[in-house]
Write a protein that binds this ligand. Structure first.
Ligand code: NDP
Ligand code: A1CAB
Length: 265
């Protein structure tokens, strides 16, 4: 079931990335998208692409069928308070604010509303997001609308809200974690003699290929790793050194630190 008009509140990293993904997908026309942000300058690049832009959040949602709240978590309450008079239960509400749970959103917006917590990542601008979705259960039909929308912007899974903090760490923070590996490998590549640009190209294509090996086959990563690690060879020497220095342990501890940050605020 296709959504009609979409309003996005907040034109920062994620609000902007969602607009870019939507325009790239062709799923909705630019004229069916509205985006609001306090700063006129932030909005200029969107109006240049035919998107409706507003400095007033209430005006942006006036004709919207679905409203995406893409402001910082600490702005959510104030933004919803300001929007309230312009909302009605016909409008589906989607919040991407990390750590803001459905019961708090429902208290702020209203029991009768169809409200979704959605956790995308910045690759949504390229229609390559991993997006996790949970809803307040007020309508299966609107879940289909929200899922179809985000299916056009990458892959989606519908999850229980109790897993949303874990989803945020793995899928949303995960973009930064993965890119830190890329950067570290580049630094090693430069020390071994490549220029930074070539080191980036070689590392990025290698990571892309490695990911495709497990995505296309469904193999466990270790099965593909076993094919690379020649006995007494070069790869196992490097992997074991990384593990002696705490590679897997560092990654897991970092994920749990992020998870605890969401859980404890
Ligand atoms: N960045 C990421 O990878 C991800 C972020 N998220 C969530 O998405 C949300 C947005 O994050 P992100 O895009 O990174 O943050 P940004 O700060 O980049 O974007 C938020 C935007 O909202 C604007 N804004 C501030 N106050 C208001 C207001 N009252 N009404 C309308 N717009 C306002 C900000 O303007 P100004 O800068 O002038 O204050 C800014 O342009 C957060 O809740 C975050 O938890 C979820 C998944 C991934
Ligand atoms: O770091 C953050 O708080 C946001 C939420 C998920 C990704 N970035």
């Amino acid at each position: 079931m296709k959504v009609g008009k979409i309003a996005i509140i907040g034109a920062g990293n994620m609000g902007g990335a969602i607009v870019n993904g939507l325009l790239k997908s062709g799923y909705v026309e630019a004229s069916s998208i509205a985006i609001a942000d306090p700063r006129k300058q932030t909005l200029e690049k969107f109006s240049a692409q035919g998107v409706n832009t507003f400095q007033d959040n209430s005006q942006a949602v006036e004709t919207a069928d679905l409203v995406i709240l893409a402001v910082k978590p600490y702005h959510i309450e104030k933004v919803i308070d300001g929007l309230k008079p312009a909302l009605n239960p016909q409008k589906i509400i989607v919040s991407i604010a990390a750590g803001v749970n459905l019961s708090d959103l429902t208290k702020l917006i209203g029991e009768e509303y169809r409200i979704f917590r959605v956790m995308p990542n910045t690759a949504i601008s390229l229609q390559e997001s991993m997006t996790c979705i949970s809803g307040n259960g007020n309508s299966e039909e609107s879940l289909a609308v929200v899922k179809e929308l985000f299916d056009h912007l990458g892959a989606t899974v519908v999850i229980n809200e109790e897993l949303m903090a874990a989803a945020t760490v793995l899928a949303s923070c995960g973009t930064a974690f993965a890119l830190r590996y890329v950067r570290a490998a580049m630094q090693g590549g430069v020390e071994m003699g490549f220029g930074a640009e070539m080191a980036q190209f070689i590392t990025a294509q290698t990571v892309k290929g490695a990911v495709q090996l497990i995505m296309n086959t469904g193999h466990h990563p270790e099965r593909e790793i076993d094919k690379v690690t020649t006995p007494r060879g070069i790869t196992i020497t490097g992997i074991n050194e990384m593990e002696h220095k705490g590679f897997s342990s560092s990654v897991i501890q970092g994920l749990i630190a992020s998870f605890n940050k969401i859980e404890r605020g």
